[in-house]
Each structure stands twice: as C-alpha cells, then as structure tokens.
Design a protein around this ligand. Structure first.
Ligand SMILES: [Zn+2]
Length: 701
C-alpha cells in the first residue's frame, strides 16, 4: 500500500534521528543532480523536510561563557561544554526531548517532532527546569578542576511555541535543522533572558495555562522588545514539577542571605580544592625530575649544576627566613641561576601524572593552602580570589611556554631534540619544575595579608612593620615573610621536603619566591629601574663578553618577572567583562578607602583618566614586552590584542562606566559620603593608589 508523502518524510526523519541514515544516498531517493548552467547545481532528490505545526523550541546558553573561556585553555573550554552537553543530552533522552544541535555554547532542543505530542510545552519546560538545576550543580563541581569563576557560570533559557520547518540538510555533513519565525522568537527569548532564569513567550504560557499549569509561571515585570513585533509580555518559569511531588521552588523565596553565605563558604572551598590540584600536579613534576636526576647520578655522571649551586650561601640550615638585618630586597638578584639542561634526566623522567603524592604531603599541602587563604583579608580586590586569578594566569602562561609546538615542528627538529630546544627557547624555565612551582607559589601568596591600601599609605598606617622592611615594598615583603614563615612550621615538614630536598633547592626556591613576589611591586622606582636595565641588557643587544649561561639566566629572570607582572594585572588583558569586573572590584576597594578616610582622593574623580594612563604607560608596554621576548607564542598576541581593545573600549565607555559605578554605590550605601576623609598633609596627598597622576608618572618613567 502506498504511503502518503507526509508519512514518508516522517519515517525518513525518524530513521535519520535513529542514526540509521546519514542523509546521503538512499534507495528511495536516488541522488540526481542537474547542472542548469551558470554553475548552479540543483539538488533534485526529494528533500527530507516537513512543516511541524505544534512544537516548542528551547535555546539555552551559558551566561558569561565568552569571558570565562577567554582566560582558559581550549581543552578546559571543551571539558566544560562536553560535560554540560552530555548532562543535557541525558536529561533530553529521559524527557523525550529532541536535541537539534549545539552552536558554540548554545544548546537547541525541540519537542513535538518528529512525532506530535499534545504536551510539547509542558515537556520542554520540565526539561529546561531539570537542566537548570543540573547545570548549576555541574558548574560548582567543575570549579575544582577548571578554576575560579566556573562556579558562577549559569545558563539562561528561552522557550517559545509555534510551527517550524524541520528537515535534514544533506551534504557532506548531513544534519537536522529547524527554520522559521519560531526559531527567531526563541532566540530572542533566550537573548533577553536573565542569568539562571527560564523565559517563555506568551504563546508557550498560553499552552501551559490551557493545560492547568498556570502556577508554574509568573509574568515578567518589564516588557521585552522584539524586532518587527514591538514590545511583548513574557513569563518566567518559577517551577516545573511532576504533579505534587518534586516541585521545587526557584530558590528566590528562601532566605536569600543564608543561601549567599553558604554559597560563599563553599566557593572558598572549591577555590582551595582547585589550588590543591594545581600544586599537587606541579609537585609531582618536581618529584619526578628529582628522581630522574638521582638515577642519573647513580649512573656515574656527575651533576654539574649542583657544583654551580653549591656556591649558594643563603642559609646553611635550609631556613627560608631572613638573616638578621636583611630585607627581602637585599635578596633581589640581577640573575637567578636556573639549572642547565640535563638531557639524561629529561629522558629518564617518569610521567608525573603517573605518580601519587604521599598522603601526608597532600594533606599538608591542603592545610597550607587553607591557612594561606585565611591570611587573605576581605578586600574587594586584593583577596584570595584575586590570588587564584593570578595563579590561573601564571599556569596558563607556563602551559603556553611549555608548548611552542608550531615553532618546534616548523623548524623540523627531531623528537629527541625537542626537550633541548624547548629548554633553550624558554631560557631553561620549562625544563625546571621547581622554578615553575616557585613562580606559581609566588602567585598564590603574593598579596597575603594585603590591607587594601597602597604601600605609600601602609607605611603611615603600620610604621613598625614598615621599619622592619626599611619602608620599601612593605606589603610584598610582608606577604613573603608571613608565607615562608608559615611554610617553616613543623606541621609542614613533609611538604617542605617534597618541594625542596637539598640546600641548593631550598636556596633556589627561596630566591625565586623573593624575586617573583617583589616583581609585583610596580611602583617602587628603584626596583623598576633595575628591572628595566635588566630587560635592556637581556634583550637589546646584551652585554658583551659575558658567560653565555649568564645571558640565558638573565633572560629567564626577566621573563619570570614579566610573567608574574602580567598575571597580576591579567584582567586588563582579558575579555572586557573580566576587565570590567576586576576594575569595579578595585574601584570598590579604593572607594571604601576614601569613605573610611584612608584615602584623600575620591576615586570617581580620577578613575577614567587613571585607567587610560595605566593602559598607556604600563599595561600596553608590558604586553608588548611579553611579545618581544618571544617565549609565549600566541598567548602574547592574545594579551596585547585584549589590552588594546579594552583600552579602546574604556576610552569610549569609561566615563559612562564610572558614572554607573558611582550610581550603584549611592544606591547600595544610601549615600555616597560616609564619614568624611581625614585631612592629610601634602606629602601623603600625592601618594595614592596606582591610578593617581603621581603614580602614573612613576609608572611611565
Ligand atoms: Zn596582586
């Protein structure tokens, strides 16, 4: 019996959905193409398409995804998307929802086809609701692996009901596609939706009401403007349970404050877990390399570099603390010595991922990171989350210098020589795990106990502390000393020995931490002059008649210093949203200081110009230097491009942004003026946060 064409299409589509047909040739539709001249080849086989009158479509996308992914490795971006999509796919199967496709971070699904169903709207909203709950849990779990801000990612959902044209677009990669006005409307429902919400059109709402689910929805208080349709009333989904059982409220009705506090505590835990993960991996590398070197020595060949480091006269006992009367600044060196390339050790080294950290070491590592996290004060900017961001940026830059694949492959270097080439290319940084550990460690601790004011102010607020450090780089020296003293605690002896075993290693670790953390003081003139001279000597011709080892180590030293500096202000060289968020945090911190009388200038008065100066005299030159040194490959282009783009956008929108930030503070505080700032003497007046004119001059010199 012949079947109707509509049913034929439906069967074809179902076959396609079932994966039995890839949309290429079929017996029923022989592939005939006619060349009509003019180069157009028209497909004349019968299309697999149909009009479906009653469907509900959903678009879901991750809010803030572009900004989030701009600071991460491609593999991390894929981990996130694959995890979220896999969860959605699994829920879709259970709810008999058809997944149409994913485009970037947008997930498209439909109900009511290929088989029609009366409850297509209800089914879709149950699906969307289940996805929302699940994705919020997933993001929090992923934060431990993918780092800060992951737990804050949410999804917004747009839902609309209507007719769609659906069919299989055949060709090299056949895929099912939906077309029509319904798709545009759904996209608009999604794009105008608030984070972590499910917005539905009036058409979908009407279907729900008709089926007795009016209690699921609430009208949106403001209207949404749709191109060609004007303003429309839309609805929020508040719940979508199964009958009386399992209907969960949206959460907004519960005690918001308690929820927020709970959320913050767990967020801290997640960040700590993530840090533990980062440091455990680095420590595994350190241990594997040490083992390989030990084998090497047993084999009879003397480790040359040990004798070189034997000259280190830091602290014979392997103590990290300072000798009497010395400050961290006395420890800053022109050249930090990194180990020479050890071909045999590189060859013999075990896979670091294959070893398991000693349980006590891991427990102490966690304990140490928890203690460090607690030593961070609750500033709007200089807080533990900032430290996590800097850590993430440093690890990202390290990852990039570890893998200059293109260069290596293009030069046609043999596999066995890659490690050696990499070593030279990165001035020895990549082949020494302890160097990497020390620099990432510096990122973790670099703002410990930061009080929220610049050094110039700190000196007046804590004169005794300032005196200990001879009134220079006081905040940075304080962070170093507190963190290293903590590490010297008896409770961390196993951890300490895992990081550095020999006196030589201890000396090098200590040296690197001092140098790296002090590089984050970008206002100290003396330090800055030293660094600039070092850069000149290293990359602009260099010193003649110098030991080539010194030349390489000088380059390594300067690259490490610029790596931490860039990471400390990485938000200015990342997506606009990331920049905006941290800029606002910093504004908050300075504004609070002003209100509390710890600063004399109202930040809203200098912020706009200050940022432009900061970009022109510090950020952009720094980004250019990263590029010039040639170690970071594509990353440096990315940093420079973002810096230039952000500077441009700030120039155009900055004044508006400042006005918004001021407005927001008036609303929050009820007043823009808390207690009036104390009157300061003229000397302090010109020494304020980095954005003031005085500071900018320092930076630009
Ligand atoms: Zn910092």
């Amino acid at each position: 019996m012949p079947i109707s064409p509509v049913l034929r299409t439906r069967i074809d589509l179902k076959t396609f959905f079932a994966g039995d047909d890839n949309g290429s040739d079929q017996q029923e539709h022989t592939n005939r193409t006619h060349n009509h001249g003019g180069g157009i080849v028209m497909q004349t086989r019968k299309p697999m398409a149909d009009l479906f009158l009653e469907t509900t479509v959903m678009f879901a996308d991750i809010v803030g995804f572009t900004a989030w992914s701009s600071v991460r490795e491609p593999s991390q971006v894929f981990t996130l998307l694959e995890t979220v999509y896999a969860a959605f796919d699994e829920i879709a199967k259970r709810h008999r929802v058809f997944k149409v496709e994913t485009v970037g971070d947008c997930y498209v699904a439909v109900t009511g086809l290929p088989d029609p169903r009366k409850d297509h709207a209800i089914a879709m909203l149950r699906f969307a609701y289940a996805c929302r709950i699940r994705v919020n849990r997933i993001m929090k779990q992923l934060e431990v692996h993918l780092g800060p801000d992951t737990g804050d990612l949410t999804v917004r959902f747009g839902v609309h009901s209507g007719s769609v044209t659906g069919g299989v677009l055949r060709g090299e990669r056949a895929r099912f596609q939906l077309f029509g006005d319904t798709m545009n409307m759904t996209a608009r429902m999604e794009s105008s939706c608030s984070p972590d919400k499910i917005q539905l059109s009036k058409e979908t709402a009407d279907l729900l009401i008709a089926q007795g689910k009016q209690h699921w929805i609430t009208p949106r208080s403001d209207t949404v403007t749709i191109k060609g349709k004007g303003t429309v009333q839309t609805y929020w989904l508040v719940k979508a349970g199964h009958g009386g059982r399992g209907s969960v409220g949206s959460g907004s009705s519960r005690d918001g404050k308690n929820e927020l506090q709970l959320d913050n505590t767990t967020k801290m835990t997640r960040l700590i877990d993530w840090q533990v993960d980062v440091f455990a991996k680095l420590l595994q590398k350190v241990i594997c390399r040490r083992e390989a070197q030990r084998k090497n020595k047993r084999g009879g060949s003397l480790d040359r570099q040990l004798s070189r480091f034997g000259a280190y006269d830091g602290n014979g006992e392997g103590d990290f603390s300072l000798k009497n009367g010395r400050t961290c600044l006395d420890e800053v060196k022109e050249i930090i010595e990194l180990p020479e390339f050890n071909a045999e050790a590189a060859r013999n080294q075990q896979d670091p991922d294959g070893i398991v950290l000693d349980e006590r070491v891991r427990a102490q590592l966690r304990g140490y990171i928890v203690a460090i996290a607690m030593m961070y004060q609750e500033n709007a900017f200089h807080n533990f989350e900032h430290a996590c961001h800097v850590t993430m940026s440093v690890t990202k830059l390290f990852y990039r210098i570890v893998m200059p694949k293109d260069d290596v492959i293009n030069e046609g270097i043999e596999q066995s020589n890659i490690a050696a080439t990499l070593h030279d290319h990165t001035y020895g940084i990549t082949s020494d795990p302890l160097t990497q550990f020390a620099v990432v460690f510096s990122a973790l601790i670099h703002d410990v106990d930061h009080t929220g004011v610049p050094n110039t102010k700190l000196v007046t607020e804590k004169p005794a502390l300032a005196k200990v450090f001879r009134e220079k780089s006081v905040a940075e020296q304080n962070s170093i000393v507190l963190s290293l003293e903590l590490l010297m605690d008896e409770g961390y002896s196993e951890l300490r020995n895992a990081i550095c075993e020999s006196t030589e290693e201890k000396g090098r670790f200590r040296q690197l931490v001092f140098q790296t953390v002090l590089a984050t003081d970008i206002s100290d003139k003396e330090l800055k002059t030293l660094r600039n001279d070092r850069w000149e000597n290293a990359f602009s011709g260099g010193l003649l008649e110098e030991d080539p080892r010194d030349t390489i180590n000088r380059k390594a030293t300067i690259v490490i210093e610029h790596l931490i500096q860039a990471s400390d202000v990485a938000h200015t060289m990342q997506h606009w949203h990331v920049y905006r968020r941290w800029n606002e945090n910093f504004f908050d911190e300075c504004h609070k200081n002003y209100v509390d009388g710890r600063a004399t200038e109202d930040p809203s008065e200098y912020w706009y110009k200050g940022e432009i100066g900061f970009f022109d005299f510090y950020i952009i030159p720094l980004a250019r230097k990263l590029k010039e040194c040639g170690v970071f490959g594509k990353s440096s282009d990315e940093y420079l491009n973002y810096a230039l783009k952000n500077r441009q956008e700030w120039e155009e929108r900055g004044q508006e942004v400042v006005a918004e930030m001021v407005e927001a503070r008036i609303t929050i505080n009820g007043s823009n003026h808390g207690s009036l700032p104390e009157v300061m003497d003229g000397e302090n007046f010109e020494e304020e946060p980095r954005h003031t004119t005085a500071e900018l001059q320092t930076i630009s010199e």
